[in-house]
Design a protein around this ligand. Structure first.
Ligand SMILES: [Zn+2]
Length: 119
């Protein structure tokens, strides 16, 4: 842990990153690369099954505190309480829902393509 830890009471203005969870290495918490069902950590060389990958939160926030603007990054399990579940569990839910969205988008695309070909 960083010994220069400071508390910042600020208002969140914006979320800077759209992808706020990332597949993380179980040993060093770096981002792992997922290639064909395997995970590989470029930093420590740790490998594993992609399906066993754990995820971590990484929120990049633009915040304001007494007329000053900061961009801060909040990492890891301290955000579990905020979201009400771990990043790994959230990823499972998102993944399941993304499959549903993808199916309906494909379906919608098929419908609109069909509509266009009529004219
Ligand atoms: Zn690692």
């Amino acid at each position: 842990m960083n010994k220069r830890r400071k508390f910042l009471l600020a208002s969140v203005l914006a979320l800077q990153n759209s992808s706020f969870i990332y597949p993380s290495c179980r040993k060093c918490f770096s981002r792992v690369i997922l290639v064909s069902k395997r995970s590989n950590c470029p930093k420590c060389g740790s490998t594993g099954e992609a399906e066993n990958t754990s995820y971590r939160y990484k929120l990049s926030l633009k915040v304001a505190e007494s007329n000053k603007l900061f961009v801060i990054t909040v990492f890891g399990s301290c955000l579990d309480t905020f979201f009400g579940l771990t990043a790994t569990d959230l990823h499972k839910i998102l993944k399941a829902n993304m499959e549903k969205v993808r199916i309906s988008v494909t379906y919608m695309h098929a419908l609109t393509t069909k509509e266009k070909s009529k004219h």
